[in-house]
Ligand binder design. Structure first.
Ligand SMILES: NC(=O)c1ccc[n+]([C@@H]2O[C@H](COP(=O)([O-])OP(=O)(O)OC[C@H]3O[C@@H](n4cnc5c(N)ncnc54)[C@H](OP(=O)(O)O)[C@@H]3O)[C@@H](O)[C@H]2O)c1
Length: 250
């Protein structure tokens, strides 16, 4: 898909993968709508990229619809939607407060569905557009201590796959980016730092390059890094072996 002069809406643009993606899209000539909660960081990015900053909490009722309406102010409709905003939670499932379960699912799964619901019809009418979802390897393999997070990302994955089938032949592309570990504030924010030695966290710029490359190519999925497709393939082909390995190596 051509990116220059297209309107691209990026959620979670105030930090990490979203911010780096917004900078790449701006470099490729897109007109940006930048969403997040941190107004200071959003306005600084808007100034750097010439984008429109829209702040709000995606877990709040009506926030998604307000964002879609604001994005329309740029005129012509949103051509590229990057559903990137997300939050983590790590710890034993039995200790997760019910309100935290709801909030995580609201931000990671319900908000991208609602935002896509608001913007997809316009793309279909124009016969052109691309929707990207930032999922996670956790949603493809499951991770101990991240049951709700993994489930939210698996849900997003299944949603994207289903939409891709549904939009075939309409001119609208649907893609997922499946990251492993990326160097962002994600781990501090979820309350548990990343402490493993391997895999090493990827630089955020590399992930943004993969994401924007996937939009340009119209690809269905990209792993970041690419070797992550291996554990997913092993889990699909030999689930017993995969579970023994996962129990041993985590
Ligand atoms: N980092 C990793 O290793 C990793 C791995 C796999 C998948 N991912 C996924 O990648 C995506 C981006 O994460 P990141 O690593 O870039 O983390 P990050 O630096 O913490 O960025 C998260 C972004 O989501 C926004 N956000 C969070 N809650 C929100 C809410 N309630 N309403 C509106 N915006 C909200 C944040 O906005 P504010 O800062 O303005 O609150 C921020 O811009 C997430 O979906 C995450 O699950 C990350």
């Amino acid at each position: 898909m051509r990116i220059a002069n297209r309107v691209a809406l990026v959620t979670g643009a105030s930090s990490g993968i979203g911010e780096a993606t917004a900078l790449r899209l701006a470099g490729a000539g897109a007109r940006l709508v930048l969403h997040g909660r941190d107004r200071g960081r959003l306005s600084a990015l808007a100034e750097r990229t010439g984008g429109l900053a829209v702040s709000g909490d995606l877990a709040e009722p009506g926030a998604v619809e307000r964002l879609a309406a604001e994005a329309d102010r740029l005129g012509g409709g949103v051509d590229i939607l990057v559903n990137n905003a997300g939050v983590g939670w790590a710890g034993p499932f039995g200790e997760m407060a019910p309100a935290d379960i709801e909030r995580l699912v609201a931000v990671n799964l319900v908000a991208p569905m609602r935002l896509t619901r608001a913007l997809l019809p316009g793309m279909r009418d124009r016969g052109d557009g691309h929707v990207m979802f930032v999922t996670s390897i956790a949603g493809r393999t499951g991770v101990a201590g991240e049951a709700v997070y993994s489930a939210s990302k698996a849900g997003l994955d299944a949603f994207a796959e289903s939409l891709r089938l549904e939009t075939r032949g309409t001119g609208v592309g649907i893609g997922v980016l499946v990251p492993g570990v990326v160097q962002t504030e994600f781990f501090q924010r979820r309350g548990r730092p990343y402490e493993r030695r391997r895999p090493r966290p990827l630089p955020v710029e590399r992930v943004a390059d993969l994401l924007v490359g996937a939009i340009a190519a119209g690809g269905a999925e990209r792993y970041a890094p690419g070797w992550l497709r291996l554990p997913v393939a092993v889990r699909g082909a030999a689930p017993g072996l995969y579970r023994r390995l996962a129990a041993r190596f985590g």
